[in-house]
Design a protein around this ligand. Structure first.
Ligand code: NCD
Ligand code: ZN
Length: 332
């Protein structure tokens, strides 16, 4: 048996409206809290939207002892006064380079104009969460973005920066070079490589940004996650899209893994004999990095088969129709 206390998902897309109703309970049942991504249409850029969106999530998850930790969509016109007014409502601000992923069009185009907002965030202690990809060749985008991370980390030593969903060995190595760099890692990047997506028949449900990488990258991610290293935490990047948007000539980017998250993590950590480090990866590290105290929730997983459904109301999960070796037995 594996017992987890207050598991946290520090990178989660819940969407809004009907999709939110479908997917939020699949996270709120087992997780004690999650960092909620702001890439809605239109993106969450005002205090009013943050508060309304939070209330919409709470309406759906209220019986579950689940804290939605909210984020704002980074804009380089946010000033100190605005940030002061919204600080209590958010845990981080999420920066997307324009056009690199789903609903990121309104993201940053000019990276030389970030300084005043980053300075203000640093002063107020607001965490900067970043989708770190360039507009270059798809397999090199994360590597090309590392110089931006270095630049920001060096220029704003008091700003906490989370490199979201890191996927390469180089990113793991950069983490160790600056005290103010942290990272989240997804399940799909811990389990899969580009071969799973495109090495045989094309599997659109595994298509996401950043794209799945090489076996060497996957090994580096596994090594750092399994070690319990205090600067990395679990962020599922669970990103639901309706089946028809995935099984399409232009497939939407995003892997929906929320319903299998804890089972898949338990399976990986158990297989590698690192069960004792899962609590750190899935809760303790995030609590320290973000300085949060999530609601108390105890999740017990047992070494029994979990047959993953084919879909959840039109949304296809990671490992659909496959069996995982661990299942959630109880949540108290
Ligand atoms: C995410 C989405 O669908 O919102 N898609 C993805 O491929 N990961 C956005 C993101 O985090 O990049
Ligand atoms: Zn994401």
């Amino acid at each position: 048996m594996i017992v987890l206390e207050s598991p946290l998902d520090m990178h989660l897309h819940l969407r809004d409206g009907e999709m939110l109703k479908k997917v939020a309970p699949l996270s709120s049942k087992e997780f004690a809290g999650a960092l909620i991504m702001p890439n809605l249409i239109p993106p969450v850029t005002t205090k009013k939207r943050v508060v309304e969106y939070k209330e919409e999530i709470e309406q759906i998850t209220k019986k579950d002892h689940f804290t939605p930790y909210m984020t704002l969509f980074f804009k380089s016109n946010y000033d100190l006064e605005f940030l002061k007014s919204v600080k209590e409502e958010i845990l981080a601000i999420k920066l997307y380079p324009s056009g690199v992923t789903t609903n990121s069009q309104e993201g940053v185009k000019e990276f030389d104009k970030l300084a005043p907002t980053l300075e203000a965030m640093s002063e107020l202690g607001i965490v900067l969460a970043v989708h770190g990809e360039s507009n270059g060749f798809v397999m090199e985008r994360e590597r090309e973005f590392l110089k931006v991370y270095e630049e920001i980390a060096k220029n704003f030593p008091n700003l906490k920066i989370v490199m979201e969903h890191i996927t390469t060995k180089d990113s793991v190595e950069l983490l160790g070079k600056f005290d103010n760099l942290f990272a989240t890692i997804t399940i799909h990047h811990l389990y899969l490589t580009l071969d799973d997506l495109a090495g045989g028949l094309l599997r659109p449900h595994l298509f996401c940004k950043p794209i799945l990488k090489t076996p060497k990258d996957k090994e580096a991610l596994q090594e750092v996650a399994l070690s319990g290293y205090e600067k990395v935490m679990f962020g599922s990047d669970s990103a639901p899209h309706p089946r028809e948007k995935k099984e399409a000539p232009g497939c939407a980017a995003g892997v929906f893994n929320a319903p299998v998250a804890l089972s898949a993590l338990a399976q990986l950590f158990a297989k590698k004999g690192k069960e004792e480090n899962l609590q750190k990866f899935v809760s303790t590290n995030a609590q320290k990095i973000y300085n949060i105290k999530p609601p108390k929730k105890v999740v017990k997983l047992v070494n029994e088969l979990f047959k993953v459904p084919n879909e959840y109301e039109g949304v296809v999960p990671l490992f659909a129709n496959e069996a995982l070796e661990w299942r959630v037995e109880s949540v108290v």
